[in-house]
Design a protein around this ligand. Structure first.
Ligand SMILES: [Ca+2]
Length: 410
């Protein structure tokens, strides 16, 4: 089911899609072109719709605060009361990982740098992940942190103990995952040497997946896009188009659904968000091709249909998404969950979607068009939301100070 009965005006132009669901005007008026996704970066033309008009008026009327709803949305579950710039002038940021003291580690896709952002907003370059090769949508993508790894850390912070930083990156050969000890104390931290724990995930200019997170079971999960080889998503022997589950050292857990394999689920196109709710259920956001973005409940061994089905197929071979959006409404990336409330950052949609998972999932949105493209979202330990914008990667329209981390207090 779709949470949104759309009003977007796609009727007056034809569009083609490059990479992760980004529209560019098509020279061909025959309709959607199939996006086999080259590496060229093109800026999208802004949609013209009644929603755009509403967003502009709403944004003008409420410069700093407030939720500006889409005309078709119901009252938001969350009403942000205060927003502030936690950090500014980030360059193509992609992922946030939160430390125990609410310090953020932030990846910058193109430079390969990891930044430390303190709760006060102070920025510090922690280090550069070695081997990052930015091309198209590839580069330094997801980050995750894991407590432990003291054997690799000669100088753990006495306050937070030994922290190991995991990173998903595109290299000249592949997509891979490394880990590095986080050295030093808050404000002056640095990265120790990188150890490759998992490699050989196919890369491409587009559809690299790239989100990593530790689950409540202590395992590391990673999203792998189809890397332009869509049929590989259905091949359990390929790492493309999968969600992977591995031990913290990169090995395959013995209770994975395919013996000896890191494959946890298959049939994915370009999933970029994973999180778990209070019931232990795993959720993933996924970019559609040119019709439907998806929110899926991920179960071990589940097949999510791509490329045979996009969106809801009602095909017994595949699992239907729990919610879908048009690619204009969403084009989703990072997600975060508090209890049974899921937050989903939308790039092209320029929304923060809020999904109530408590019963039959329903979706509403806030920040509609206010911040531009949204790449990631995380919850701080004191209950604030941090939202990461994504306007400087060549596809957005940067405003002064972009890209930013916005804090929302409620
Ligand atoms: Ca699907």
């Amino acid at each position: 089911m779709s949470p949104f009965f759309g009003i977007f005006g796609l009727s007056s132009a034809s569009w083609m899609f490059k990479g992760d669901g980004e529209p560019v005007p098509s020279a061909d008026s025959s309709g959607y072109a199939d996006a086999m996704d080259g590496t060229e970066i093109l800026k999208p033309r802004r949609l013209r719709s009644s929603r755009d008009m509403s967003v502009a008026a709403c944004t003008a009327a409420a410069l700093f605060l407030t939720s500006c709803q889409a005309p078709t949305s119901e009252a938001p579950v969350l009403s942000p009361s205060v927003t502030n710039d936690v950090a500014t002038d980030l360059a193509a940021p992609w992922s946030m990982a939160l430390l125990a003291d609410d310090t953020l580690l932030v990846s910058e896709r193109d430079s390969g740098q990891v930044l430390e952002v303190s709760p006060s907003g102070a920025k510090h370059v922690v280090g550069t992940v070695p081997g990052v090769r930015h091309q198209g949508e590839g580069g330094l993508l997801g980050l995750a942190v894991h407590l432990g790894g003291c054997q690799d850390n000669p100088a753990p912070d006495p306050g937070t103990g030994c922290i190991t930083v995991y990173a998903y990156l595109t290299t000249s050969l592949d997509n891979r995952i490394v880990h590095m000890p986080l050295l030093g104390t808050p404000g002056t931290r640095s990265l120790g040497p990188a150890t490759v724990i998992f490699d050989g995930i196919p890369k491409a200019g587009n559809h690299n997946g790239g989100r990593i997170a530790f689950g409540p079971d202590g395992m590391l999960y990673a999203t792998a896009g189809d890397a332009g080889n869509r049929n590989a998503a259905q091949d359990p022997n390929s790492l493309s188009g999968k969600i992977l589950r591995m031990l913290p050292d990169g090995g395959s857990p013995t209770d994975n659904p395919f013996p000896g394999s890191p494959v946890w689920s298959l049939g994915h196109r370009n999933p970029q968000g994973i999180a778990w709710d209070e019931k232990g259920r795993m959720w993933a956001s996924e970019f559609g091709q040119n019709t439907w973005d998806e929110l899926n409940e991920i179960v071990p061994g589940g097949n999510y249909g791509w490329p045979i089905v996009e969106g809801t197929g009602n095909d017994s071979r595949f699992r239907n998404p729990v919610l879908t959006w048009t690619t204009a409404e969403a084009s989703p990336s990072g997600i975060a969950i508090e209890g049974t409330k899921l937050y989903m950052a939308a790039l092209r949609g320029e929304h923060l979607w809020i999904v109530d998972l408590a019963t039959t999932p329903t979706a509403r949105s806030i920040l509609v068009g206010e911040l531009g493209r949204l790449r990631d979202v995380t919850l701080t330990h004191d209950g604030r939301l941090y939202v990461l914008t994504n306007n400087t990667d060549g596809r957005g329209t940067p405003k002064p100070g972009d890209d930013k981390i916005i804090g929302i207090t409620r």
